[in-house]
Structure formats: structure tokens, C-alpha cells
Design a protein around this ligand. Sequence first.
Ligand code: CP
Ligand code: NVA
Length: 329
Amino acid sequence: LSIGQLSPAEFSKLVLNASAYKQATKAAFAAGPGQVPRTLDGKLKGRTVAMMFSKRSTRTRVSTEAAVALMGGHPMFLGKDDIQLGVNESLYDTSKVISSMTSCMVARVGPHSDVANLAKDSSVPVINALSDDFHPLQAIADFQTIHEAFATKPAHEASLGLEGMKVAWVGDSNNVLFDMATACVMLGVDIAVASPAGYGIPDRMKQIILSAAEGVAKPGKLIETTVPEEAVKDADILVTDTWVSMGQEAETQRRLKAFAGFQITNELAKRGGAKPGWKFMHCLPRHPEEVDDEVFYGPQSLVFPEAENRLWAAVSALEAFVVNNGRIL
Ligand code: CP
Ligand code: NVA
């Protein structure tokens, strides 16, 4: 349901498996059309994955459906107008019924308690496809992207070889950030978060993020500021997300005003003193107010490999939680 439920070794393994499946599948595709690597073929044969989405989605929907198909299973997309959930039937009843007929539920919800309650009452694994609090599949894909772009030393599993790096998050403190920051702390990557006053990390989320440091020899630091340049100083990666998440549409005007000055641009990176060769990441969907075209489409942008890696993150998560019953091998 969130990255905080994993140990650093488990999280790293999910990332490394995602990367390995990407390479193996691409090699198999290159060998001939329709080829699937033997390691994936048929892993979900005869199994149905229910995808219950109460909000729209491009990447999460497409990556999950494609991953289930690659693994020989049947993805069943259930949008908010397709099933009784939330309109005519309780979460409890829905969870009992759907889990009696499928092998996994992948759920995109508003309040995090909705996906937590689905999981509590389900007889099959439930994967969070984004809630108001967390986006764990995005964090797996993001660290796969960082690992593929940056890791220079051989990754030992608990750190991915990324210790000492610095991520600068400039923008809203939201669901995507909370799981990314948790992963950073676990892996010894410092993360500096710059948000306008009043839009910083809520205390309950800070506690979850910081508790990821427990038992980690050299955890990453969480730095908070309201000054974008401070976050950007010496950063290897600049990251942002929309200023108006799904469900916050009524706050759009207030938010656009509050976040003025937080757009990621090459000028900000220069003024703030980002590391030479810094990279840019964004989970997408993107709006120009949070990052300009020059950065988003520029040579330092990792956004499209990052989006593609959602497929491999989905494969890795489905293998661990559905095929292997939660054992991350
Ligand atoms: N990044 C992401 O989750 O995108 P979608 O909302 O399109 O699924
Ligand atoms: N923070 C965004 C992420 C979308 C993938 C939202 O919740 O709408």
C-alpha cells in the first residue's frame, strides 16, 4: 500500500527486478515479434487482476494492463461508473466479492483508508494504484529510473548504490513525494523539499517518512524549506509534480497563486546551484506551470524513460505480490 511497508532490501529488490525484466523483455522482443522472456511467460496464466479506478489514469492503467498481459493474465478494468463501489455497495462487500473471483485488486482511490480497507477485507493481495497519501508503483519506477541513470558502482541490494545523492523536490508536498521521500531516506539519498508556506509535509507524513530511517546505517536526510533555490543547491535530480492533484480542483486558483515562483526552469537550477549534469523527473501528467518546456523536453529530462518504467514496476510488483504471495525474491 505504501513504500513504508517495505524494508530497504525489499524495495531495492523490487527496483532491481523491474530493471532486469525490462532488459530481458526488450532482448526477447528484439529476438522476434511477440516473444516474451521465459521468466515472465505465463506467470499469471488463468488469473484475473481487477483494476478498480475511481480516478482517471494513463500510465497506471496502461502499465498495469500491459504488465498483466505480458504475464499471461487477464486485466479487468473497472472504472468508477462500471461497478457499484461507492454508489450502491460498501467497500467491505465489494472487497469480499471481487477478491472471491480474482487474484489481485489494483485500486486507485481518494482517501488512503479506502485502499487500506479494501486490503483488510480482501482474500487476495491489494496494490495501491495511487491514493491521496501514497503512490508506491511510481516510487518503484522512479528509483528504477534513477538507478538506470546514475548508479555507477555495483548496486548492493539495500541501497542500489545511490547513497550520498541529493534529490530536490520543488512544488507541492503530495502523495508522489511521500513515497519517494520514504524511499530516499531508506536508500541514503538526501531529499530537500521546497514548498510554499502552508503546503509543506504534514506532520503525520513526516513521521512515516522519517520512520524509514530506523535500522538504516546511513539514512538519507529530509530537508524542508520554502525557498526553491535552497532545495536545488547541489542536487543531482530536480523533481516536481502537479500543483493541483486529483481531488483538489476546487483549490486551483488559490494553489496557482501560492506556488508562483516554484516553476522548475534552467534559471532556477543555475541560481540555486544544482550539480552539473543534473537530471529532471516528473511522474506525469505534467502542466507547464510546474516545469517549463525547456527543462521538460530538454536533454536532462528523464520523464519518458520514467513513464516507461511504470510498466516494469508493475511487472515487478505483480510478480512479488501475486505470483510469489508477497515474497520479494
Ligand atoms: N504517474 C501516474 O500515475 O500517471 P497516471 O495518473 O496517468 O496513471
Ligand atoms: N499528485 C498527482 C499524481 C498523479 C499521478 C495526483 O494525485 O493527482
